[in-house]
Design a protein around this ligand. Structure first.
Ligand code: ADP
Ligand code: MG
Ligand code: ZN
Length: 475
């Protein structure tokens, strides 16, 4: 039997206003090659200057993963030629990165968890983009020099599931810290997956392959699965040494297979050396203190929600999965007299189920304050949970005051027991034979009476009150 060994390298684009070593804007959706300057175009004589915001965001990440922040770190030069890199080298941190020895906890469904060690996180500059357009290729350097934080795990994951849990946790932390938008489709959260297998119980690491540029969690999961099968089959067929070599592979989503892209370069191929154009990076005690202040992270928030709002573990997990959901929920709870149960269900089931296309909780037509007020109207029994769905349907299309919508749609719940009582009397007196059957033991008929009263009230009677009154009257 085999054991799977996975180590992940994640390139996170930091959402700073300007680039890593110059003051060009980082927004690269502008006209091609306009967000450039002599530094990021690597013109002779232009010198890089480190952007402090990059340092700040890197240290925030380091704090979040409980890592060591090196108060002295260095930049190194990694040489390679590619058309989208005008300098023919990349500035990165090889020997002493800004962040080292961190960890991240992943949680399984059965409530157990595992700690994944993080080897390092280092700062580096991104390249530009090659655009292939028919027979010609173009280069856009708007992205050249954009700051990346590369977060490298130890080979601690042993299944595709664990890898995905790790990535989702890291993704969520980056969004919580607001150090990057971590959009996988747009390439601001890029994952390289290193995979190898070994006989169970063996401590040594076997040859790994690196699968690059997979842009969704679903495809990463699949890529690992098919690669593990390929390696296991090679082993079982006795051709492991011929077929498995250290190389870079890509995942073909259509054929559902990994394919060799190029042989793996050795560090020596890059001719690394200390970057001569930059000073060592010094983080003073003062900077360290300021930069390591971070907001509440998903795990802590989840624990707090469970305690503070007496929520179920499941609801807390769903709601704290993104910082936007969590904030939305807390804003709902700020409304007086709202129960977590009503708020959670209106948010995670009803609102989420009604958001379409590009809509999400941050641009929802019904904002948190409003949905919180709707929850209040359920909890103070003005309307039923069912009526709340109708109100929400209406609010998704119309921006109106909730109480007037309740009025207008006639959804106000009848809680006046006198009125409900006379409806019950009416139903009982018009159905004497059913009453007799019920009293002779046909208990199923109770539902019939409730239904008739609800119908008579056009659904507005409080079902709980109806139940109580009928129980009394029918005996
Ligand atoms: P490089 O910088 O050349 O890509 P590293 O040694 O920094 O190589 O490792 C890169 C990633 O590969 C790390 O996430 C590490 O955990 C992972 N890794 C290293 N060896 C293995 C292996 N045998 N199987 C799976 N992952 C591995
Ligand atoms: Mg690598
Ligand atoms: Zn520039």
């Amino acid at each position: 039997m085999f054991e799977v060994v996975i180590g992940l390298e994640v390139h996170v684009q930091l959402n700073t206003k300007s680039k890593l070593f110059c003051s060009c804007p980082t927004s690269f959706n502008h006209k091609q090659n306009t967000n450039t300057c002599p530094t990021c175009l690597a013109l002779p004589g232009a010198l890089p200057v480190l952007n402090k915001e990059v340092l700040h965001k890197s240290i925030m990440l380091g704090t979040a993963i409980e890592a060591t922040v090196n108060q002295t770190s260095y930049f190194d030069r990694k040489s390679y030629f590619y058309p989208d890199s005008p300098s023919a080298y990349q500035i990165t941190q090889l020997y002493t990165p800004i962040v080292e020895h961190g960890k991240l906890q992943i949680d399984f469904e059965d409530a157990t968890s595992k700690t994944i060690r993080i080897n390092r996180a280092h700062i580096e500059a991104d390249a530009g983009k090659n655009i292939h357009d028919g027979d010609i290729s173009k280069v856009d350097l708007n992205r050249a020099g954009t700051p990346l934080l590369e977060i490298v795990s130890e080979p601690d994951m042993s299944s595709a599931e664990e890898a995905i849990l790790y990535l989702k946790k890291l993704h969520s932390i980056i969004r919580y810290l607001d150090i990057g938008d971590a959009n996988m489709q747009e390439g601001s959260f890029r994952v390289d997956v290193n995979v190898s297998i070994r006989p169970k119980g063996d401590e040594k690491l076997y040859t790994r392959v690196e699968i690059k540029n997979i842009n969704s969690f679903k495809f990463i999961h699949k890529a690992i699965e098919v690669e593990v099968i390929r390696q296991s089959e090679a082993w079982e067929d006795g051709v492991y040494d011929d077929e498995i070599c250290q190389e870079t592979r890509l995942f073909d989503q259509v054929k559902q297979e990994t394919r060799s892209m190029r042989g793996k370069e050795e560090a020596a191929d890059y001719r690394y050396f200390p970057e001569p154009d930059l000073l060592k990076v010094v983080v003073t005690d003062e900077m360290l203190e300021t930069y390591s202040k971070i907001p509440e992270l998903p795990d802590a928030k989840k624990k707090r929600f469970i305690k503070e709002f007496s929520m179920s573990e499941y609801n807390a997990m769903v709601i704290t999965a993104t910082v936007e959901m969590a904030n939305f929920f807390e804003e709902m709870m700020a409304e007086d007299g709202v129960s977590a149960k009503t708020a959670a269900s209106l948010l995670t089931v009803e609102l989420q189920g009604r958001l379409k296309g590009e809509q999400n909780v941050t641009n929802s037509p019904v904002n948190a304050k409003k949905l919180g007020f709707l929850a209040k109207r359920v909890d103070d029994k003005t309307i039923s949970g069912k009526a709340a769905k109708d109100v929400l349907d209406y609010l998704m299309e119309n921006d109106e005051d909730i109480d007037s919508v309740i009025e207008k749609l006639g959804l106000k719940q009848m809680t006046d027991s006198g009125a409900i009582e006379s409806m019950c009397d009416e139903i009982i007196s018009t159905n004497p034979e059913k009453v007799e059957q019920y009293q002779c033991g046909k208990e199923k008929l109770f539902g019939f009476f409730v239904g008739q009263v609800m119908k008579a009230s056009k659904g507005s009677a409080n079902p709980q009150v109806v139940n109580e009154i009928l129980k009394n009257k029918l005996g």
